[in-house]
Design a protein around this ligand. Sequence first.
Ligand SMILES: Cc1ncc(COP(=O)(O)O)c(C=O)c1O
Length: 442
Amino acid sequence: MNETTSPRPNNLDAFWMPFTANRAFKTAPRLLASAKGMSYYTPDGREVIDGTAGLWCCNAGHARPEIIEAVQKQAAVLDFAPTFQLGHPLAFQAATKVAQITPPGLDHIFFTNSGSESDDTALKIALAYQRARGQAQRVRLVGRERAYHGVGFGGLSVGGIGGNRKQFGALLPYVDHLPHTHAPEHNAFSRGQPAWGAHLADSLENLVALHGDTIAAVIVEPMAGSTGVLVPPVGYLQRLRALCDKHGLLLIFDEVICGFGRLGAHFGCERLGVTPDILAMAKGLTNAVVPMGAVAASDAVYNTIVEGAPAGIELFHGYTYSGHPLACAAAIATIDVHVREDLPGRALALEKYFEDAAHSLKGLPNVVDIRNMGLVAGVELTSRPGQVGDRATKVFHRCFDAGVLIRTTADIIALSPPLIAEKSHIDRIFETLAQAIRAEAD
Ligand SMILES: Cc1ncc(COP(=O)(O)O)c(C=O)c1O
C-alpha cells in the first residue's frame, strides 16, 4: 500500500473517538492513512509534516525499518506468552535494555501498556513501598495543578486539569495538589528553564504541615507537556527532591513525554539534574509502533517491596500484556536506534535552532508567551472572549490544511517534532504556523 492507495472509511459512526469532538470531526474528518520519516500522508496522498511526533511518541520518526522488522519477526516466533509466574526471554532483554538508559539506580523495570497505566502503576508501587517499610499510614498522594497523568482513576486524581476530571465524580480520596509553575507575569518568553519560581516547590512544606506523615509520594512531570509546555523553573525540581527526602516521601517523575530524547537526554531527569525514586514512561519507548509503557523503580523501592516480602507474590499488580513479546521487540529495536543514532544528542544539538525558530513568532498577533526546552515549544495565544480554544483550534485547522501537524491545548500550541527533524522541517513548521497565526489575528 502506498500513500495514494490507502483505504478511506465509508462509515465514521462506530468509532467513538477519544478526546475528540466526535460530531464536529465526523462532519469534516481529517484522516491520516500512512506515514514515513517526518511525514504523514492523507488518504488522497497529501503530505502533512509531523510537528508533534504523532502524540509526542514517534520520536525516532515514522516507519523505521529496524523497528518494523523486529516486530514482524517476533510475531512469527512468539506471538504471546504470559508473564504471570512464567516468562519469555524478550521481556528480560527489554527490561535490561530500558535499565541501560535509565539513570543509575533506577534499574527495576515494570512493564505496562500505556502512560496512564504507568502512572497508576507508579502510584501503587509508592503506596506498597510505604506499607512495606512500616509506614502504612502514608496513603496520601500529591500531584500538581495543571498536570496530566493520563486517564486512569489514579492518574486522573493526581492530575490537575479540571476539564478532564469534571465528568467523573469524586475520584480517589486522600489526594492533594501543589500549585502549578505557570507564571507568565514573571517568565514570559523564557528560553529554556525560567528563572523565577523555584520557591513554588516549598508549597510541599504546607501540605506536609497539613497532612503530617500521611503522604506517600509526590508525582510531577519534569516538564509538563499536555497542559501547554510548562518548563520547570531553575532549581524547582531540586527543591522538590530535597523536601521529599526530608519528609520521607517518594518522588515520582512522569516522563511519558519527557523521556526518550525529547529534552535532549534519554530522560528529562538527566537533563534537569534530579533523579526521582520512580520514573514512569511510555510513548517513545516503542516509538509507538506497539503500545507499551514502563515504570523504573529504584533499588530501595524494589528491595523494600520484593526482598522484604514473605515468600509468594510480592506485588499484587500486573497486566495481561505486561512485557508483551511484540512490544518488547519494538522497545529493544527503538532503544537501539536511539543509542546508535544518538537521538538525544541530536535533539540537544538542534535545540538552539528550534528555540530561535519558535521565538521568531514573538510579536505576531495574540502571541503572549513562547517557551521551550529540548525539541518542545509552547506558543500561547490570547483567547477570543468567551471562546477559549477557538483561536488555536482554527490555527490547527489552517496548519493541517497547509500540510503541517501541530497540537493545541486550549489556546496553547505545542510543537514536538520527531528527533530526526532537519532544519528545513523546523523552518517549514514555524513558517506555516506563523501564517496561520496571522490569519487568525482578529
Ligand atoms: C505526561 C503524561 N502522562 C501520561 C500520559 C498518558 O499516556 P497514555 O495516553 O498512553 O495513557 C500522557 C499522554 O499524553 C502524558 O503526556
